[in-house]
Design a protein around this ligand. Structure first.
Ligand code: 2AM
Length: 215
């Protein structure tokens, strides 16, 4: 099984700009700049075959490139007990359209709907009992933060590995918005995973095919 999500990754210019925001809240666990991303759809644990189906569905997405601007900061969780600190996005119809296309592709692959409304954000830190007044000061100080404008022409299927020092995100496949696959995915896990799955379940597939009278 593999834990997956679909997200936008960012160029170095944006990572550096976000990294500069990662200070000033005692006890915050700041995200490593390599790991910054904007989640379009969390998928969760799937087997190799489902992963391949999801990836095939994602590869059919085509739409024009668009610009994105990160803007302002906020928290999730109770007002007095925030659990994460994030950067938001200036309202962006094209980003919402991409999110809908990704969501539809994931649903078509048989993954359960995500009931939460899309709230585009880039998590900067996880918080655990951070002082309320320091969070308030941080939010006021960075309320008008505006990241460099960036062109989005691709999105990424990531795996997430939960280690003792936190989650490690790995880009597994990169999809260009013009419909092509980018060359810079880290490794061809889907072929490996899917092959392992097929080896484990091949006999079952054949038995099922026979039961349904297939050739
Ligand atoms: P977050 O940054 O706000 O925590 C990988 O876990 C990515 O998927 C994170 O960006 C996380 O958002 C997002 N995500 C959305 N729903 C999730 C869920 N139910 N469990 C874990 N991560 C989720």
């Amino acid at each position: 099984m593999i834990r997956l999500f679909v997200a936008l990754s960012f160029p170095d210019e944006i990572r550096q700009s976000l990294a500069a925001l990662c200070a000033g809240v005692p006890g915050a666990r700041w995200v490593n700049p390599d790991q910054f991303h904007l989640t379009l759809r969390f998928i969760g644990e799937v087997d190799g075959r489902t992963a391949r189906t999801v990836s095939d569905a994602l590869s059919t997405i085509i739409m024009p490139d668009f610009d994105l601007e990160l803007f302002s900061v906020g928290t999730f969780g109770d007002r007095r007990k925030a659990n994460s600190l994030w950067v938001g996005v200036r309202p962006n119809a094209a980003l919402n359209r991409l999110q809908e296309k990704v969501d539809n592709a994931v649903l078509r692959s048989g993954i359960a709907p995500d009931r939460r409304k899309f709230a585009p954000h880039v998590t900067l830190a996880r918080l655990n009992n951070a002082p309320f007044d320091r969070i308030g000061a941080y939010l006021s100080h960075h309320a008008l933060y505006a990241g460099p404008r960036t062109r989005c022409d691709r999105f990424t299927l990531y795996s997430s590995f939960l280690s003792s020092s936190g989650a490690i995100y790995t880009p597994e496949q990169v999809y260009r918005l013009d419909g092509g696959l980018a060359e810079d995915a880290e490794h061809d896990w889907m072929a490996d995973e899917a092959e392992a799955w097929d080896q484990d379940h091949g006999d079952w597939d054949k038995a099922e095919a026979a039961a349904y009278g297939a050739e």
